[in-house]
Design a protein around this ligand. Structure first.
Ligand code: URP
Ligand code: ZN
Ligand code: ZN
Length: 458
């Protein structure tokens, strides 16, 4: 299918200009001024609209079991909702269930996504001490050869069985360093969180209003600091997922300045919401880990995007409906943490970031498209509007004003955490590999059209 996008403002991380884009056989084949319309072409008029690369959301939990509950979406529903938000690639996780080994978890997750995903997808592997009996070095090497070079560890969630201990963490860091893998870290000190939580339960005060106390700033800061120390000793590249605090980000910035290969990610909710929500009657909806923080942290995270210490913003999408979340109202340990947001990533970063002059539209493309592609092994095919790249494109109508409600989204949950937010800008057309999957705000994608993408670093 051949498509011509005419007269849009084409945005990459370091340029914005008005032009046309020609697409054929899933790729961008021409970029220029006044490109000719050929027979049989579909023409989209993008005058006064932004044309940006498709969003790459590197941190999602579609069809996820969090230890207590399972999320609402499968890979079709999750990726369809992503498409409405302008996301054309997700990288989800193959988290080991119980005693399952790393490789089996990858095989299971691939089969869960196959024939369902309607956008391209990949997976991060998961490492913990009870991972398979196979030789850890050979295991890592074969997973990397199969196109999965990124490995996630949790320094917390002992209760859910996801955590790794310090010894195994160090051992895996050495192997990843030797094999050019990237370690992704959920950084919170488990003992601190678990002990405070147990005290709150004993005193019958584990209601949602006290949730932020149970996962304090020191828990994030200690874990970041320890991992940086381990990374210094092992020379491994580290990507901290969902950084939430000024103090934690300052540690990362110091490590970056010393020349270490350390990346930071934050998520939409940590940029937009603060801990005041836990005082609301529906505060239980916002139980996620780490918890939401204060305004000074939010300001520092935006500053981190501007000064580039934060490389990526993701959704950390994890969609539970309110009937599940409400079980945590009086005892937050009754629920698996997580917040939905796969569809809101681009609209919120655009509206809260670009429209409020916190960042530029070029910064947006850097943190949602180019850096994710570069860091996670998708460069040369995705993350940029450039000749020969995959025609994963989003046309945003920048002037459209709308209000987020509990129902005007596709996330399979009965609420939207941002309900009542008045925002500007909405993806009007979304192309995945040259196929229109959102056409004038209407879904036109197909179940199973997304491909599993093998990724290689360098
Ligand atoms: O609360 C969260 N973030 N749930 C999803 C799993 C994780 O820790 O990323
Ligand atoms: Zn996490
Ligand atoms: Zn997550």
């Amino acid at each position: 299918m051949s498509i011509l996008i005419k007269s849009g403002t084409i945005v990459n991380s370091s340029s914005s200009y008005v032009g046309d884009i020609e697409i054929d056989k899933g790729k961008i084949i021409a970029i220029g001024l006044e490109l000719p319309t050929k027979k049989g072409m579909t023409v989209i008029d993008a005058t006064n609209k932004y044309v940006i690369p498709g969003i790459i959301d590197v941190h999602t939990h579609v069809d996820h079991f969090g230890g207590k509950q399972k999320t609402e979406d499968n890979f079709f529903e999750g990726t369809k909702s992503a498409a409405f938000g302008g996301t054309t690639t997700i990288i989800d996780f193959a988290i080991q269930a119980g005693n399952e080994d790393t490789e089996s978890a990858i095989a299971r997750r691939k089969s869960e996504a196959k024939n369902l995903a309607c956008i391209d997808y990949s997976l991060h592997a998961h490492l913990k001490e009870t991972s398979s009996g196979s030789d850890p070095k050979l295991k890592i090497q074969s997973i990397i050869e199969e196109g999965i070079p990124t490995f996630k560890i949790f320094t917390t969630y002992r209760d859910a069985g996801f955590m790794i201990d310090d010894y195994n963490c160090l051992e895996y860091m050495k192997i990843l360093s030797e094999n050019n893998g990237l370690l992704m870290v959920h950084a919170e000190n488990d003992a601190i969180c678990e002990s405070i939580t147990n005290k709150l339960i004993e005193t019958d005060t584990a209601s949602v209003i006290n949730y932020p106390k149970s996962r304090p700033i020191i828990a994030e800061v200690e874990a970041i600091s320890k991992i940086i120390l381990f990374a210094k000793k092992t020379d491994v590249s580290v990507y901290f997922v969902h950084v939430t605090t000024e103090e934690g980000l300052k540690l990362i910035e110091n490590a970056q300045k010393s020349g270490m290969k350390i990346f930071a990610e934050t998520c939409t909710h940590y940029l937009v919401l603060n801990e005041e929500v836990y005082k609301r009657d529906d505060g239980y909806k916002f139980i996620m880990a780490p918890p939401l923080r204060k305004e000074n942290d939010i300001d520092y995270l935006w500053e981190g995007i501007r000064n580039r210490s934060i490389s990526v913003v993701s959704s950390d999408h994890c969609a539970y409906s309110s009937d599940k979340k409400v079980k945590g109202e009086h005892n937050f340990t009754e629920v698996s943490p997580g917040l939905q947001g796969i569809e809101m990533l681009l609209p919120l970063v655009y509206s809260e970031g670009v429209c409020k002059n916190r960042i530029t539209i070029n910064d947006l493309v850097r943190i949602l498209c180019e850096n994710p592609a570069e860091i996670f092994g998708l460069k040369n095919t995705k993350g940029k509007i450039s000749l020969g790249y995959d025609a994963d494109l989003v046309i945003i109508n920048p002037s459209l004003e709308w209000e987020m409600t509990d129902t005007n989204h596709n996330m399979m949950t009965d609420f939207n955490p941002y309900s009542g937010y008045k925002v500007k800008g909405r993806p009007e057309y979304v192309l995945s590999n040259g196929k229109m999957i959102v056409d004038n705000f209407e879904f036109k994608g197909e179940k199973g059209q997304g491909r599993f993408i093998k990724r290689y670093l360098h």
